[in-house]
Design a protein around this ligand. Structure first.
Ligand SMILES: [Mn+2]
Length: 261
C-alpha cells in the first residue's frame, strides 16, 4: 500500500504553487483533480508529467464532478457532460494514470415521474465511458458516493446492481472505495467484504457518520487501524489517497504510521 494525496484541498491554488507545496510532503502517489484551477489542459499535463517524474510518484486522475451528471435526462446537457468527461480522459491518458475515477449519475427532479430512466441512462453512460477508456488503454473506476446526496451509486446494493447489469463489461470497471462516504452509510465493512476483489483504489477522509465533511484522518470517528488491517487482510495493495480538505500533513503522518512506513 502506498500513501497518496489528492489535490482536492488545493484546487483553489494555481497548479504550479500547489505542486511546490506538495513536494514538501512525504507521499508516493498523487491524485490530480480535474477541476477548479487544476482543470487539465496540454500545458498543465506537461507540468504534472515533469513533477511526478522528478518526485517519483504514481498518478491517478479524479474526473470532473462539479455540475457533472452522467444520468442527465436531457440529451443536450448529457452530451455536453460526456464531451467534458471524454476530454478529461484524453488528457489524463497522457499521464498514464493507474486509474481515472468518476462518480455515478444523480437523480433529478423528474426521477419520481420517470422511474428507472436515470438508472438506465447512468448505465448507458458508464458503457460509453468504458468504450472511450479502451481507446486510450485507460483504466477507469467508479467511486461510491455519500448517502447524503441523491447519487445513483452510493451503497453496496447499488454497486451489486450495476455489476449485475454491466455483465462482461463490468470486468473492466474497478471500484474506488471512498472510506469516508462508506462510513456515512455505515457500510465500510460491508463494502470491503463484498467488493474487495473489485476495489482497485481508495479515497481516505474522516467524518462523524452524519455528513460528508472530508475531515483529516483521525479527526472523525472512523477506526483507521481497523481499516488498514481489513484492507491488508483482503490483499489490497493500491494507493491510499488522502482526500481531506484540512489537516493534510497530519493525515499523511498518521497514515504512514498506520501502514508502518
Ligand atoms: Mn472521494
Amino acid at each position: 500500500m502506498r500513501v497518496g494525496l489528492s489535490t482536492l484541498f488545493c484546487i483553489n491554488k494555481p497548479l504550479k504553487s500547489a505542486l511546490r507545496d506538495i513536494s514538501h510532503l512525504n507521499i508516493e502517489h498523487l491524485e490530480l483533480v480535474d477541476e477548479g484551477m487544476h482543470e487539465l489542459d496540454g500545458r498543465k499535463i506537461d507540468v504534472i508529467r515533469r513533477f511526478v517524474r522528478d518526485e517519483g510518484l504514481s498518478v491517478s486522475v479524479h474526473a470532473p464532478f462539479a455540475d457533472i451528471n452522467i444520468a442527465s435526462t436531457s440529451p443536450s446537457i448529457r452530451n455536453a457532460i460526456m464531451r467534458r468527461l471524454k476530454k478529461s480522459m484524453r488528457l489524463s491518458a497522457k499521464l498514464c494514470p493507474e486509474y481515472w475515477i468518476f462518480h455515478s449519475g444523480v437523480r433529478s427532479a423528474v426521477s419520481d415521474i420517470l422511474p428507472e430512466l436515470d438508472w438506465k441512462i447512468n448505465l448507458d453512460s458508464i458503457r460509453i465511458l468504458l468504450r472511450e477508456a479502451r481507446k486510450y488503454s485507460l483504466k477507469i473506476s467508479v467511486e461510491n458516493t455519500p448517502r447524503t446526496f441523491p447519487f445513483l451509486i452510493r451503497c453496496a446494493e447499488d454497486l451489486e446492481r450495476l455489476y449485475e447489469q454491466l455483465g462482461d463489461d463490468g470486468l473492466e470497471l474497478g471500484v474506488t472505495l471512498d472510506v469516508g462516504h462508506a462510513n456515512i452509510g455505515g457500510e465500510l465493512d460491508k463494502m470491503i467484504r463484498l467488493f474487495h476483489r473489485r476495489i482497485v483504489h481508495t479515497h481516505l477522509h474522516d467524518n462523524n457518520g452524519d455528513r460528508d465533511s472530508h475531515l483529516g484522518i483521525g479527526f472523525g470517528k472512523i477506526n483507521w487501524p481497523k481499516l488498514i488491517l481489513d484492507l491488508r487482510s483482503v490483499g489490497y495493495n493500491g494507493a491510499l489517497v488522502v482526500e481531506s480538505i484540512n489537516n493534510v500533513n497530519e493525515s499523511i503522518s498518521l497514515l504512514r504510521k498506520l501502514i508502518g512506513r
